[in-house]
Design a protein. Structure first.
Length: 231
């Protein structure tokens, strides 16, 4: 029987966050509304908020120690304004952050609520960046921590530019742009290498992914906090 603390990974996409938690020593179950054949752990296909509400109402949520949620909020994302009908992600983009937070609080469990820069406002208890982990992307991500806390890591100075065209200027740099196509954007192989994600080659999944190094760090910090709480 697996006795590792278990994480519920909501809006799980292809499993970037899940893989980081797994590498930190936690067991993971996912939930996503889309079919995710590349997701490397057990997962439930369905509406994440309905699933979480059901787990809370039935008491099944008690098998989890932590809940991670990365709800979509493309309606407010700088990178997706004007392109909301693209690439199979749906034409209507709701801000699901507030109802997700309400359910996370109702679960009574510690949680991690993630959003990229430029999306819905969350409490930025952590901001992580690829440069902190020696990655080939910057990919800043903000994390609200509920029911637990950890020290904020220092944000190192970036070593240069993100490669590509911007405002008519071509720049070279140590980082690739893991979103979109053309203009010097990263290829699928470059995105995989830059983020440390090898189990999916679906471009749309890679452009949405959290590098596993981020949640490996968060998972270890959570386990340390949990150990101190029960010491």
């Amino acid at each position: 029987m697996n006795t590792a603390p278990r994480v519920l990974d909501l809006f799980s996409c292809a499993g970037g966050a899940a893989t980081g938690y797994h590498r930190a020593g936690l067991a993971v179950d996912g939930c996503d509304i889309a079919d995710r054949p590349h997701y490397p752990f057990p997962y439930h296909r369905g509406d994440a908020l309905e699933y979480l509400a059901r787990l809370i109402d039935t008491g099944e949520i008690e098998r989890y120690t932590l809940v991670h949620a990365s709800p979509p909020c493309q309606a407010k994302a700088a990178l997706t304004v004007g392109t909301n009908a693209s690439q199979g992600w749906g034409g209507i983009h709701e801000d699901l952050v507030a109802p997700t937070r309400d359910l996370l609080v109702r679960s009574g469990l510690p949680y991690v609520l993630e959003q990229p820069n430029g999306k819905a406002e969350i409490r930025k208890d952590l901001t992580l960046c690829g440069e902190m982990f020696g990655l080939g992307v910057l990919r800043h991500r903000n994390f609200e921590l509920g029911g637990w806390a950890t020290a904020r890591p220092a944000h190192p100075r970036h070593r240069g530019y993100v490669r590509g065209h911007r405002h008519g200027i071509r720049r070279e740099g140590p980082y690739v742009a893991a979103y979109g196509k053309g203009g010097g954007k990263a290829t699928v192989l470059e995105m995989q290498a830059a983020m440390g994600i090898t189990w999916t080659d679906v471009r749309e999944e890679l452009t949405e992914a959290i590098p596993p190094a981020y949640t490996r760090w968060i998972g270890r910090a959570f386990l340390t906090c949990r150990q101190e709480m029960f010491a």
